[in-house]
Design a protein around this ligand. Structure first.
Ligand SMILES: C[S@@+](CC[C@H](N)C(=O)[O-])C[C@H]1O[C@@H](n2cnc3c(N)ncnc32)[C@H](O)[C@@H]1O
Length: 247
């Protein structure tokens, strides 16, 4: 990506041109959280389980290029050929390709040890967006827990999607079992988790971003906060969860 690309430019030029699913709220918040990681020098790899057409992965790649980190994309590629995904990314952002590796296979074949071996080092950002069956999502969350760097983030897709009930069941089951990860924020289609000792730092950063944002999302956040803090922050398994959905 060009050094001069803002996040909005990159999203317009690359992310929005790729096939996949991503809401305006989630793309903006993810881009902001990745920038925070870069500023805090959380130096580690990035990974997505469930690449599809590379839409969300493109955000991880842009961040990786800025910190000279590696991105691993894992997918069965049952819907899209990995060569086609690479070709689309290459056409839109050839300069990002040196940071990307794609792994074809089911995440169910991975153990925490083999996942870490594929990554080479613990990850600073792990997107869980593969199978939506509850046992598979639970498995992927356990992989994420095993491979997350101390200052990293896990983004779980479809937590509140009424067409992906298994994700909700898996997240709740995972968080019931122990506090190795805590809630940071939740939007229309992404739930962000971090190590309990790091979650508050991310929450404070994101709240600052939303308070200053000139977008409709920022305006709504401020207006809800002025009404009652309970509209923007609620308890989630014993930790506060920041709520940023503008829909
Ligand atoms: C909802 S799509 C991912 C969307 C993508 N993250 C985006 O940005 O639009 C889910 C993807 O997970 C893949 N998938 C399903 N089960 C999987 C598994 N067990 N392991 C790895 N990938 C899987 C599918 O092939 C599909 O490409």
């Amino acid at each position: 990506m060009s050094e001069l690309d803002t996040d909005a430019d990159f999203i317009r030029r690359v992310t929005s041109c790729l096939e996949g699913w991503l809401t305006d709220d989630d793309v903006a918040v993810t881009a902001d959280l990745l920038r925070a990681q870069e500023a805090w020098e959380v130096d580690a790899s990035l990974v997505e389980i469930g690449v599809y057409g590379g839409k969300y992965l493109s955000l991880l790649l842009a961040s990786a290029a800025r910190t000279r980190s590696r991105v691993l994309g894992i997918d069965t590629f049952q819907f899209k050929d990995p060569a086609a995904v690479s070709a689309d990314l290459e056409r839109l952002a050839a300069e990002l390709m040196p940071w990307l590796s794609l792994h074809q296979g089911s995440s169910r074949e991975l153990t925490p040890e083999s996942f870490l071996a594929l990554l080479g080092r613990p990850a600073r950002f792990i997107s869980v967006d593969g199978s939506h069956e509850h046992t598979d999502v639970l498995h992927d969350l356990r992989l994420a827990d095993a491979a997350l760097a101390p200052g990293g983030l896990v983004a779980v897709d479809d937590f509140l999607n009424p067409l992906a009930i298994g994700v909700n069941r898996a997240v709740n089951a995972f968080l019931e079992t122990g506090p190795s990860l805590a809630g940071v924020a939740c939007g229309p289609n992404k739930l962000f988790l971090a190590r309990p000792s790091q979650a508050e730092r991310y929450r404070q950063h994101l709240e600052g971003h939303l308070l200053a944002s000139p977008t409709a999302r920022g305006e709504l956040f401020r207006s809800r906060l002025a009404t009652w803090r309970g509209l923007v922050e609620q308890d989630f398994f014993g930790s506060p969860l920041l709520l940023y959905a503008s829909g």
